[in-house]
Design a binder for this molecule. Structure first.
Ligand SMILES: [Zn+2]
Length: 263
């Protein structure tokens, strides 16, 4: 079983200058490859909605078709039909666009996130593009916690599949926002979505990325509210269990480059 670390959308605005990405995973399981988050999809590049087009211009997305999840799945030797399951941290437009390229896949999601996307209550919850689910995906919605995972609530998903995977609710960024934990032979991988610092300054890292201060590319009040309340808890997780859990967020290019180089 292998976990592939994928950049499903480079993010590179000119000002302020920074490098980032949409961090996705392709997890090889005994029920075929499973995608965790999907980045931007083919249609976002070829026929974007006005909202997608404006967003991609704002954050400097180069719109490379080879970065789409479907293209990378094929490059790894799979047929897109092999991807029967997709797990999403949340439905924001930079995480959910690629699911349209796998129209037959089951979409595993915390129930509150679908409510948040279809009945937004905050500005951040409006950051979804309904065209991403206009094809009517088969939602698999979870609304019950099953226990604890290193002090966080845990939802068991895809039960019976190896390796073990959990949704870990981290609400705040959006109501139904979750991290995704994947058990590997080398310990846990924890993609914590947008619950940790979204963008980092172009500086050398002396500590773990969750300890870094975010670059303020958003209006002050929005930056303050962006991640939600879980940064201290994630820092504790790294401090106490960093040797058994690889924690990274969806736009953490430092962890991405470290993990790709280690593969
Ligand atoms: Zn988001």
């Amino acid at each position: 079983m292998k976990v592939h670390h994928l950049n499903c959308g480079t993010i590179s605005p000119r000002y302020p200058h920074l490098r980032s990405l949409v961090y996705c995973l392709l997890v090889e399981t005994d029920d075929g490859p499973i995608l965790v988050d999907t980045g931007f999809g083919l249609q976002d590049y070829e026929k974007p909605t006005l909202m997608m087009d404006a967003f991609m211009q704002w954050v400097g997305v180069p719109r490379k078709v080879e970065e789409t999840a479907v293209h990378q799945v094929e490059s790894l030797g799979y047929d897109p039909q092999d991807v029967k399951h997709i797990v999403l941290t949340h439905l924001h437009l930079d995480h959910a666009g690629g699911m349209r390229d796998f129209p037959h896949a089951n979409i595993h999601l915390f129930k509150g996130e679908l409510d948040s996307a279809t009945h937004p209550q905050t500005l951040l919850e409006r950051g979804c593009d309904a065209s991403h689910w206009a094809h009517g995906p088969n939602w698999v919605l979870y609304d019950r916690e099953n226990g604890e995972w290193f002090g966080f609530p845990r939802i068991d998903i895809l039960e019976g599949i190896s390796p073990q995977m959990h949704l870990v609710p981290l609400p705040g960024h959006t109501r139904g926002h979750c991290g995704v934990a994947v058990s590997t032979t080398n310990g846990w991988i924890f993609l914590c979505g947008d619950a940790a610092n979204p963008f980092h300054k172009e500086v050398d890292i002396h500590g773990h990325p969750v300890d870094m201060q975010p670059l303020n590319v958003l209006p002050g009040w929005l930056a303050y509210n962006f991640c939600g309340p879980h940064v201290p808890g994630l820092r504790r997780l790294v401090k106490e269990h960093g040797d058994e859990i690889d924690v990274f967020s969806s736009h953490d290019i430092y962890s991405f480059e470290k993990n790709v180089n280690a593969a």
